[in-house]
Ligand binder design. Structure first.
Ligand code: NAP
Length: 244
């Protein structure tokens, strides 16, 4: 029987590549999006034309009502969620001294609270089935910290803490919780970086290039597979050797 995967923030970047990778492996894929209506609808159409079982659903995952509505829509169309990929996220570059309380709350709402809402929403069914996987997307900056990205780094470190604690709590229920902490990936999130900064980041990477969204999608796909059933509470960091 086909497994159902919910990928948050799948209209662009890493989430989009992950949706394509799962669809091609014959999962039923829910493409969550927030503001990018056309990219999400186009992705749904393109994958359906190729015969894949996908559904695009709009929800702001930092909003509990939106998450609950999305979950009801999923139940009505696909049934229960077997795998949740908490990928939706935002970044911000600012000096810590300029970071406002609104900035801080915004980053934590989108990057951390969304994981809490979505995980709580899928867990009753996973617990009943004694099976399921949650894969949270953190960042290398959540491991080592980034200058001028203190709030982002702290929110991504929180995702790592959430992963480890939840893995301990859910292990006895046969639910694996893991984290993927990507290095610097070529997506819209890094469009704000100038050429010089991107060159420097490549120079600091032993594999001498930025990662692609597909590099991260394949790591997520691996953790979702039954072959990874004995892996839980781990932080898997595809980063080209940036952090060794
Ligand atoms: P991206 O290209 O900027 O795409 C972000 C995605 O998140 C979009 O699909 C966006 O949806 C969605 N999103 C944002 N807020 C949302 C919300 N409240 N509700 C639902 N969806 C929301 O970013 P990316 O580079 O693919 O990043 C994906 C994840 O990887 C993030 O968690 C990011 O922190 C992490 N990461 C990225 C990098 C990197 O270098 N790119 C490195 C490490 C970790 P809409 O466009 O529909 O609004």
């Amino acid at each position: 029987m086909k497994k159902t995967v919910l990928i948050t923030g799948a209209s662009r970047g890493i989430g989009r590549a992950t949706a394509i990778a799962f669809a091609k492996e014959d999962y039923r894929v829910i493409i969550n999006y927030f503001q990018s209506v056309h990219p999400a609808q186009q992705l749904q159409s393109a994958l359906r034309e190729q015969g894949y079982d996908v559904l695009a659903l709009q929800a702001d995952v930092s909003n509990k009502k939106d998450v609950n509505r999305m979950m009801q829509d999923i139940k009505d169309s696909f049934g229960t969620v077997d795998i949740l990929v908490n990928n939706a996220g935002i970044s911000q570059q600012k000096l810590f001294t300029d970071t406002t309380e609104e900035d801080w709350d915004h980053l934590f709402d989108y990057n951390v609270k969304a994981c809490y809402y979505c995980s709580q929403a899928v867990l009753p069914d996973m617990l009943a089935k004694k099976r399921g996987k949650i894969i949270n997307i953190s960042s290398i900056w959540g491991i080592c910290g980034a200058s001028c990205e203190v709030a982002y780094s702290a929110s991504k470190a929180a995702v790592i803490g959430l992963t480890k604690a939840l893995a301990k709590e859910l292990g006895p229920s046969n639910i694996q919780v893991n984290c993927v902490a990507p290095g610097v990936i070529n997506t819209d999130m890094n469009r704000c970086l100038d050429e010089q900064t991107l060159h420097t980041l490549c120079d600091q990477t032993p594999l001498c290039r930025l990662g692609s969204p597909e590099d991260i999608a394949s790591a997520i796909l691996f953790l979702a597979d039954a072959k990874a059933d004995f892996i839980t509470g781990q932080i898997f960091s595809p980063n080209g050797g940036f952090l060794i």
